[in-house]
Unconditional design. Structure first.
Length: 603
């Protein structure tokens, strides 16, 4: 039975998850038939490839296999890594899986730059089909696309939850329009339904050799955004996404078949979807064009929110530096805004629009990062199923990973045609992750923390003999068994000791969500530990937790690392540390109570 709450979940999923894959019909077939002639055999072969790509890479890889894996309903590359690491015995395997997860995360961010550029530009190009606007210059179209992109990114700070309620219903109308237009076109050329048979896909690849293999790189465009099913699972839940996908799958298949049928009848067509709609109902063309532009804006919004989520996962799992985060919704914790990422994305998107100029040229660069992410997801899933001794899923997952790798290999053809941009962006992100994680590890080795027993001995002496400052002081320490240098400096070198001293220890769970906080036993007179245990994706308000426990501090001490180095890599790490907010700024603790204590380290 389909309840009202199910319907709401399905509609929300359509708006927040399926924007990218849902707007792929605007450009996919148009781009493919720039590479190959639109003969009936070729059209049937390409349609068959598209249908079976949607079945294997989206329905099987993501909707079935990946979505069966999750932690407290949360999904994504980092979650797969967190599930897999406890199953591994070898340290070498742990390093390999960690690197793969970093590459997957980098590819997703690299892909995120091209999605808004190609989606918005391809929809805006539909203006040329309006009677009287056929000769609109590409520069004008680029300007319109840029204004839309600037508007979209400028609104991010206000949060999308105020308008998100409208996303779902608009996308429902979009998918209905795709379905109806596709079915109407199939009605005139029913022979196109033969493309459902995988024979036509296999025949196309075997008959066209190398060209057929390169066509695969453009077929990838039909499943871009498929990874969002799994990555966004935590926001909406597994069931609504799966129910929505069943409906969207048929809407997409009907539309692709309809476009193929239209192309068989009109082989000279250059912008297939828009020409098909204009041919079917000219009076409805302008409303459809406006709807397609809104749908691409919604697709871009979903991508931006997705990148914010990926970056936040990276921050909380300590692979990405702490960046200033604003929470744009009082109700939805997932609604966050990261200004640094937002403006970097906007600059990159505008750069893509003005470098590539046309959506067909952007498509030549698009898909490489997607297939890279899908291949890594396949590898991680196969490894999880293998270690969990689920033989049937291991074999199926291995087969799908092979298909992913074939698509990835075909997409390497795009590297010289602009695909290098998504590789460059992903490489920059990956390099920064590696420098940051390696730097943090090296810095921790240099910190020479005091063993707790030694610290306690000195503390008891100082507490008994020195004058104490009235009130409570808080000290942040990740590991209570090893006391950071800055705490020893404050208490033993500067003889600053308060009546009440509380060590705040923040510990990450293996699970994505959940927050627990409590005092552990009193360590010594005037010295206690307050422990906050939280999921690695949890957004916590530390100040609120402290007040709830009746902790009203006078001062908050924290450590600042000053890095001296001649090594170029550690210089980059030092710059990252200087530019990113400190731990206490990230958790928005009251600035008037903060006292940073600097310690110099030579790396």
């Amino acid at each position: 039975m389909f309840y009202k709450s199910d319907l709401r979940g399905v509609v929300n999923s359509m708006g927040l998850v399926f924007g990218d894959i849902g707007t792929s019909p605007i450009y996919t077939l148009t781009v493919i038939f720039l590479l190959t002639r639109p003969t009936e055999d070729h059209i049937l072969g390409v349609l068959s490839l598209i249908i079976w790509t949607l079945i294997i890479l989206v329905s099987m890889e993501y909707a079935w296999l990946a979505m069966s894996l999750g932690k407290k309903g949360e999904g994504g590359t980092i979650v797969l890594k967190e599930i897999l690491l406890p199953l591994l015995k070898s340290g070498r395997n742990v390093s390999l899986i960690t690197i793969l997860a970093y590459i997957g995360t980098s590819f997703l961010i690299g892909d995120g730059v091209i999605t808004p550029a190609i989606s918005i530009l391809s929809a805006v190009e539909g203006i040329r089909i309006i009677s009287g606007l056929e000769n609109t210059g590409q520069g004008t179209l680029m300007l319109i696309a840029s204004i839309i992109a600037i508007g979209l990114f400028s609104l991010q700070k206000k949060g999308s939850d105020k308008i998100a309620w409208a996303f779902g219903p608009i996308m429902v109308v979009w998918f209905l329009a795709l379905s109806i237009s596709g079915i109407a076109s199939i009605f005139y050329t029913p022979g196109v339904l033969k493309a459902i048979n995988p024979y036509y896909a296999i025949d196309f690849l075997s008959s066209n050799g190398l060209v057929g293999f390169f066509v695969l790189s453009e077929v990838t465009l039909c499943c871009t955004g498929g990874e969002a099913l799994y990555a966004d699972m935590g926001h909406l839940g597994r069931e609504p996404i799966l129910k929505a996908w069943r409906l969207i799958f048929f809407a997409l298949v009907f539309n692709y078949l309809g476009q193929g049928a239209f192309l068989i009848r009109n082989p000279a067509s250059k912008n297939i979807l828009f020409e098909m709609i204009n041919h079917q109902a000219q009076i409805l063309y302008v409303p459809f064009l406006i709807l397609s532009i809104i749908a691409t804006i919604i697709a871009s919004q979903a991508m931006i929110s997705g990148v914010f989520s990926i970056v936040y996962q990276g921050i909380t799992t300590r692979i990405i530096p702490m960046l200033k985060i604003d929470y744009t919704s009082g109700e939805l914790k997932s609604q966050i805004y990261i200004s640094t990422i937002n403006w970097m994305l906007l600059i990159s998107v505008l750069y893509m629009i003005f470098i590539f100029k046309e959506s067909s040229r952007l498509a030549a660069a698009y898909g490489l990062a997607v297939t890279g992410t899908m291949a890594i997801t396949g590898m991680l899933m196969t490894s999880i199923f293998y270690h969990k001794k689920n033989i049937s899923k291991t074999i199926i997952s291995l087969f799908i990973t092979f298909i992913d790798l074939v698509f990835l290999l075909s997409n390497t053809y795009k590297i010289p045609h602009g695909g290098y941009w998504s590789v460059i962006i992903a490489a920059v992100v990956f390099t920064l992750i590696i420098i940051y994680t390696s730097g943090q590890k090296r810095l921790y080795e240099l910190m020479k923390p005091t063993k707790f027993e030694n610290f306690l001995e000195k503390y008891n002496k100082v507490y008994a003999t020195e004058n104490k400052i009235s009130g409570t002081a808080l000290f942040f320490s990740r590991d209570i068994t090893r006391i950071p240098q800055y705490i020893s400096h404050i208490m033993f070198k500067n003889n600053i000791i308060y009546e009440n001293n509380i060590f705040i220890s923040m510990v990450k769970h293996d699970d994505p969500f959940g927050v627990e906080s409590s005092f552990t036993k009193e360590l010594a007179k005037g010295l206690r530990v307050f422990e906050i245990k939280m999921g690695y994706m949890e957004v916590v308000d530390v100040e609120q937790i402290l007040k709830k426990e009746g902790i009203y501090e006078k001062t908050i001490f924290y450590g600042i690392e000053d890095i001296i180095t001649n090594n170029i890599i550690w210089k980059v790490f030092s710059i990252i540390k200087k530019l990113s907010p400190s731990f206490v700024q990230f958790y928005k603790l009251p600035p008037e109570e903060l006292h940073g204590v600097m310690t110099r380290f030579e790396m």
